[in-house]
Design a protein around this ligand. Structure first.
Ligand code: ZN
Length: 278
């Protein structure tokens, strides 16, 4: 059986009417080329900052660098060829763009992509790497990490809430969960009256009697303290709503400092988590 392509094309249903604009191909190529070059440059800058433990061999950081360079060269050749056609008067072709508004929105989304990344998945991986030792398996923590990565990918729960839940769960599984219901020094039950003192080095909240003289103490609002307690629970009664923004900022700050003290240095991804609070 043979197919007559000419007949096939003629029988094709005509496209429904839609808004169209016609531009010279060279201008379209230059705009697209420069936009892609900007994205590739950002990608390359990020890839260069990745740690590479492979020495002179090809390592994991070399692949994103290679991809970024290929994209940059392709984008520049697209824009460069268009400029060459314009300057040598080889131009003359035009392109018709259907639904230009949708094309423009698509292009803007592409350019906005770098700033919309949350780094949340990288942070989960970094915590797993830093909080555990080689040859010391923690199956429960591994399952938790798989759950949160799946939830980050598709779940309706806010990223900020998911990360706090994971951080506190990881601390609980590894035996580093700060004491939040009782004073870490004298064991007295804490009540939600006014602000609550949290001792970074003490490893939990401090009552008014035990607080004086303790180093590295931060003051938490009652809402933020309650939020820490809610998210440190292991059961499914953990809240799944968007955290109160101000309390979230406080909790994010306490967890950042607490984890930094625990690890002896600031996790690399902490600087990127700030955008979750904005
Ligand atoms: Zn006390």
């Amino acid at each position: 059986m043979s197919i007559n392509l000419a007949d096939h094309d003629m029988n094709e249903a005509p496209l429904p009417p839609a808004k169209e604009i016609t531009v010279r191909s060279e201008f379209g190529d230059i705009i697209a080329g420069l936009g892609l070059a900007a994205v590739a440059t950002w990608f390359l800058a990020q890839a260069i900052m990745l740690p590479d433990y492979s020495g002179t061999a090809i390592g994991a950081a070399d692949f994103p660098k290679g991809l970024a360079i290929l994209l940059l060269l392709s984008a520049l050749s697209l824009a460069g060829a268009a400029v060459w056609r314009l300057t040598t008067r080889h131009s003359g072709e035009s392109s018709t763009i259907r639904r230009p508004l949708r094309v423009l929105i698509g292009a803007l989304l592409l350019i906005a992509f770098p700033t919309m990344m949350t780094y949340a998945g990288y942070y989960v991986a970094e915590l797993l790497d830093e909080l555990t030792d080689d040859g010391d398996p923690h199956p429960e923590l591994f399952d938790l990490a798989c759950e949160i990565l799946a939830a980050l990918d598709s779940g309706p729960e806010p990223v900020s809430a998911l990360l706090i839940g994971f951080e506190l769960s990881a601390l609980r599984v590894l035996g580093h969960l700060p004491l939040l219901d009782q004073c870490v020094e004298c064991g007295i039950e804490m009540t939600a009256q006014g602000r609550v003192a949290f001792g970074m080095l003490a490893g939990g909240v401090l009552c008014n009697r035990c607080r004086p003289g303790k180093p590295k103490v931060v003051s938490l609002s009652g809402t933020a303290w309650q939020m820490l307690r809610d998210y440190s629970r292991s059961d499914a009664s953990r809240p799944t709503v968007e955290p109160d923004r101000r309390a979230y900022g406080e909790v994010r700050g306490v967890l950042n400092q607490y984890l930094s003290h625990l690890l002896g240095r600031r996790p690399r991804m902490h600087e990127y988590l700030g955008i979750l609070a904005s």
